[in-house]
Design a protein around this ligand. Structure first.
Ligand SMILES: [Zn+2]
Length: 306
C-alpha cells in the first residue's frame, strides 16, 4: 500500500488487493469536503483506511464515497468502508443502489463470473439505505467553488458512472475506458458479459465531449493524452467486436478468437505474456473480456434471427 499525490488536492491510494500491485486503486480528493472515488473491494478496505491515515485525513471528515459501479472491485467494499467513515454518504447510480443495500444477489453472480477472483476481492457487506445518494447526471459541491460532476457511461455495466473533478479537470471513468497497464502504457478492453458495445461506444463519445485533461483509471492509475486514449479505445472496441463477430460466425473457440485479436491488436499483443501469468488478469482480461465480445456477437445474431 502506498499513497501518491497525482494532482492538485488529489491522491491515489494503491489498494494492493490480494497483495497484487497496480491492480486496483482508490482516489481521494482533498478539498474542503473530502471525497473518495471507489471503495475498492472488501478485502482491501484495511489498506484504504491506512492510506487515509497516511494522508492525515480524519475519517469523520470524509463526506462522500463515489463509486463508479457496484462490481466487487469498485464498490464491493463500500459497506465495510462506511463502518469506518461515520459521516460519509455513498454516491452510486440508482440501478446499482439495490445491490449495495442488499448484496446477497450480487455475491453469487460475481462468484459465477469471477470464480476464485471473487474470493480475493471478498464478500460485500450491506450499505444502509439512508447513507446512499443515487445519482445519474449532475454534480455535487466539494466546497470552495470546486465540484465533482457525474455522468452515465453505460456499456461495461448497465449502471457505470464516470466522474469529473474541477481541481484538475480529470475524469474517473470506472471501467468505461478499459484497463490501463501503467507498466506498458497500454489499455485493453474491460468488457465482461453482459457487455453492450453500442452503449459503450456512446459512453466514450460522452467522455470525449468532457474534454478531460487526464484519466484516472481504477485499474490502474493516472494517464495523460486523455482524449486520444478515449478515441483509441473506441477503435479498439470496434476491432475486437469485428473479430469476435467473425469468430462467432465461424464457430471459433474463445482461445482462437483471442489469438486472432492479439494478431491484430498491438496493445493486447504487448501485454499477452504478462497477462497470461497474472493471477487475476489471466481470468478477467483473457477470459471474461474476450468472452464479453463473443456474448455480445451471439446476442446480436440472435436478435437478427440468424
Ligand atoms: Zn473493474
Amino acid at each position: 500500500m502506498y499513497t501518491k499525490e497525482i494532482g492538485r488536492s488529489l491522491f491515489l491510494i494503491e489498494l494492493e488487493t490480494g497483495g497484487l500491485k497496480n491492480l486496483i486503486c482508490s482516489y481521494v480528493i482533498c478539498g474542503r469536503k473530502p471525497l473518495l472515488v471507489e471503495s475498492g473491494p472488501t478485502n482491501s478496505i484495511p489498506n484504504l483506511i491506512l492510506g487515509l491515515k497516511q494522508l492525515d485525513i480524519k475519517l469523520e471528515d470524509v463526506e462522500y464515497v463515489a463509486v463508479t459501479h457496484v462490481h466487487l472491485d469498485h464498490g464491493g467494499g463500500a459497506g465495510t468502508l462506511l463502518k469506518f467513515l461515520p459521516n460519509a454518504k455513498v454516491l452510486v447510480h440508482p440501478r446499482g443502489m439495490p445491490h449495495l443495500v442488499d448484496p446477497d444477489r450480487l455475491w453469487p453472480s460475481s462468484q459465477s463470473v469471477l470464480g476464485f477472483v471473487s474470493e480475493i476481492f471478498g464478500k460485500p457487506e450491506p450499505v444502509p439505505k439512508d447513507r446512499i445518494i443515487p445519482v445519474t447526471e449532475g454534480s455535487i459541491d466539494l466546497g470552495d467553488g470546486e465540484k465533482l460532476s457525474f455522468t452515465e457511461t453505460l456499456g461495461h455495466a448497465s449502471h457505470n458512472l464516470s466522474f469529473q473533478e474541477t481541481f484538475n479537470g480529470g475524469v474517473f471513468p470506472g471501467d468505461a475506458a478499459g484497463t490501463y497497464f501503467p507498466e506498458f502504457d497500454v489499455v485493453v478492453p474491460t468488457t465482461p458479459p453482459p457487455f453492450r458495445l453500442d452503449a459503450a461506444l456512446a459512453s466514450l463519445d460522452k467522455l470525449i465531449q468532457l474534454n478531460p485533461t487526464v484519466l484516472y483509471y481504477s485499474h490502474f492509475g493516472k494517464a495523460n493524452n486523455a482524449v486520444q486514449r478515449l478515441k483509441d479505445y473506441k477503435a479498439q472496441l470496434q476491432l475486437w467486436a469485428e473479430i469476435a463477430e467473425e469468430g462467432v460466425e465461424k464457430n471459433l473457440s474463445l482461445r482462437e478468437i483471442r489469438d486472432r485479436i492479439a494478431a491484430k491488436d498491438r496493445a493486447l499483443a504487448r501485454i499477452l505474456g504478462f497477462v497470461e501469468h497474472h493471477r487475476i488478469y489471466s481470468k478477467t482480461v483473457l477470459e471474461n473480456c474476450v468472452g464479453g465480445f463473443i456474448d455480445y456477437a451471439k446476442r446480436q445474431r440472435a436478435n437478427k434471427g440468424s
